[in-house]
Design a protein. Structure first.
Length: 606
């Protein structure tokens, strides 16, 4: 043991004086005499001739002496030395939805938080730590810092989300920010309930993995849609059971919070069950699918959707004649369609009176605000360039994850002729033919548009089942939430952008908390969608509601699947140094206990 403050030893010389003063103050004259006597006997020799009875008679005095001695040593600020790792650490803390699974009395994230704090405490004071929160997108909680108090506070205040995790992106971020030459070490604390992309370079020699959580049964809803079929409606629900045992569940369909239908379902191990529940009543504004039974993970036991929004969607179709497009628009519910030819084009009217304008093989004017579909013809001023003509272009790929192309298969679509386009900044190429884009999406401020680079009548797309789905998706993307015949919420962690007429609004989250928002060029961009449930945006008379769901088979499968031995072979060599551990708090506590004991004995013997 080493002393930080050697001057504290001088206090040992004052022990007799302190004891005498203490005895005088408490008016214990006998104790004064016996104190001097015992002190002299104790300091002259340490022979064992002192009998037990004499010690017992002076137990109060002995306790005083021990307490003062211990306090003297504590004042000298002693410390012990222990081995501590001297390395920079990149801590990846899994915060995906599966980390909310129950783990004994707490959650898996509670256990991960404890492991992370232990890892911080094991480092030397000179070591620096970076913390990455692994969610739908990895979030950097703090860059490299040696401030352990800050690190502990960030970890204690953090929590898991209802978002599906992307641990691959978090690991890529960690590897890119670490330096092999500097000996940086990466620590992943997770339940292991995730799969890395095929071919992912794990770099195991630089990674250490700490697994948390216990296996537990879980059944989750992975798909929920509410759609119109003629004059009636039906709910489509998919449920998965990734466990090793069959599961019997009770599924309940709720409309505006009122139970409408209950189904008893048995799902075999490792299987999915699809249900279609018809509904013939009056369409409500919200719907929810609920698994009544509680299991390890709560976030996937409920799924939500918003069924109706405000007024009808107003669409203006400017065309020289397209029976397929006109017939498709006529089948949409909640949509008011007006058809004009290009000779009747009045910019002052369509700019103010319609939510979406479709230019079908008609030259559009410059566009600044609103939602538009441009078919074959480009508007001036857009970051799209006409680079010639493509004859019979072949579709070589499309962005399956974009909402416009959700649930679509455009393979083998025949197109006789298309415009070869070159994309500028802000344009997303959704359907490609080589280096040219056949369908593009563009958003800038209050302007949103979709460009289709070919005449629909010069292709077989209108004859395919994908055509009405494609057009419905386009209209829904241009004006989110306004089509009520087939709606669904967004996934937790995604950003939603909605048109909003007010300058500012308040966002009410599922847990009842609120957040102030500001519109930018007529739109609200909402990024904080960590919780599943219904969200409401409101300001003045304007109201907008949307739903957030987990709906992830990967997160519902809470079994550990990540390689348990990651980092066990060939870990990075880590240096150590002697780390001081203060002892004075323990000594002070012991001294206080001794003084309390001495005071108790004195009161009892009075």
């Amino acid at each position: 043991m080493t002393l930080h403050n050697p001057l504290g030893l001088l206090l040992l010389l004052l022990i007799p004086i302190i004891i005498l003063l203490h005895s005088i103050v408490t008016r214990r004259k006998k104790t004064v005499v016996s104190s001097v006597f015992l002190w002299r006997r104790l300091m002259k020799d340490h022979r064992r001739s002192l009998r037990l009875k004499r010690l017992m008679r002076n137990l109060n005095l002995i306790l005083q002496i021990l307490a003062v001695c211990i306090l003297s040593v504590a004042f000298a600020d002693p410390f012990l030395l222990r081995e501590a790792e001297e390395t920079n650490l990149i801590l990846i803390l899994d915060a995906s939805a599966s980390m909310k699974a129950r783990n004994g009395r707490g959650t898996r994230y509670d256990a991960a938080r404890t492991e992370s704090l232990n890892a911080i405490d094991s480092l030397s004071d000179a070591s620096q730590t970076m913390v990455i929160h692994a969610r739908a997108k990895p979030v950097l909680l703090t860059p490299f810092t040696a401030d352990k108090d800050l690190l502990r506070r960030l970890i204690r205040d953090s929590d898991a989300t209802d978002e599906p995790g992307d641990l691959g992106s978090a690991l890529i971020m960690a590897f890119s920010l670490s330096e092999r030459e500097r000996g940086d070490r990466i620590l992943l604390v997770s339940d292991g309930a995730f799969d890395l992309p095929t071919g992912f370079d794990l770099q195991r020699e630089r990674l250490r993995y700490i697994g948390v959580g216990e296996e537990a049964p879980n059944v989750g809803i992975t798909r929920f849609r509410f759609r119109r079929t003629g004059d009636d409606y039906q709910a489509y629900i998919k449920i998965t059971n990734p466990g090793a045992e069959p599961a019997d569940i009770t599924l309940q369909l709720e409309l505006d919070g009122t139970p409408e239908s209950v189904r008893e379902v048995r799902i075999e191990p490792g299987q999915e069950e699809e249900l279609i529940i018809p509904y013939e009543g009056i369409l409500a504004s919200t719907a929810a699918a609920v698994i009544r039974e509680e299991d390890a993970l709560k976030a996937d036991n409920r799924a939500f959707t918003v069924l109706s929004q405000s007024s009808e969607l107003s669409i203006l179709l400017i065309t020289g004649g397209n029976p397929f497009l006109e017939a498709m628009l006529d089948t949409l519910r909640g949509v008011d369609v007006e058809i004009r030819d290009d000779e009747e084009l009045d910019e002052a009217q369509w700019g103010a009176d319609h939510d979406i304008v479709i230019f079908d093989a008609v030259d559009p004017p410059p566009l600044e605000k609103g939602g538009f579909v441009l078919i074959e013809r480009m508007a001036p001023g857009l970051p799209l360039t006409d680079a010639g003509i493509l004859s019979y272009p072949q579709i070589t790929g499309w962005s399956r994850e974009h909402p416009i192309l959700a649930n679509l298969d455009l393979g083998n679509t025949v197109i006789a002729q298309a415009v070869r386009t070159q994309q500028g900044e802000g344009v997303g190429g959704l359907v490609r033919s080589g280096d040219s884009s056949l369908i593009s999406a563009y958003e800038s401020g209050s302007l949103r548009l979709v460009y289709i680079a070919f005449d629909l009548l010069k292709s077989d797309l209108p004859l395919r089942p994908a055509f009405p789905i494609l057009m419905t998706n386009i209209l829904s993307w241009l004006n989110p939430g306004r089509l009520s015949q087939d709606t669904q919420g967004i996934q937790a962690g995604q950003t939603i952008s909605i048109p909003f007429g007010e300058d500012a609004a308040f966002l009410t989250k599922p847990d009842g908390s609120t957040e102030a928002l500001e519109t930018l060029e007529g739109r609200l961009s909402i990024q904080d969608t960590q919780q599943v449930g219904f969200y409401q945006v409101g300001s003045g008379k304007s109201r907008y509601q949307f739903a957030v769901n987990l709906l992830s088979g990967s997160e519902s499968d809470i079994r550990p699947r990540f390689l348990q031995g990651a980092g066990s072979s060939g870990e990075t060599e880590v240096g150590t140094r002697k780390q001081p551990v203060p002892v004075w708090p323990l000594l002070a506590a012991v001294a206080i206990l001794l003084l309390l004991g001495e005071w108790y004995l004195w009161l009892r013997n009075r």
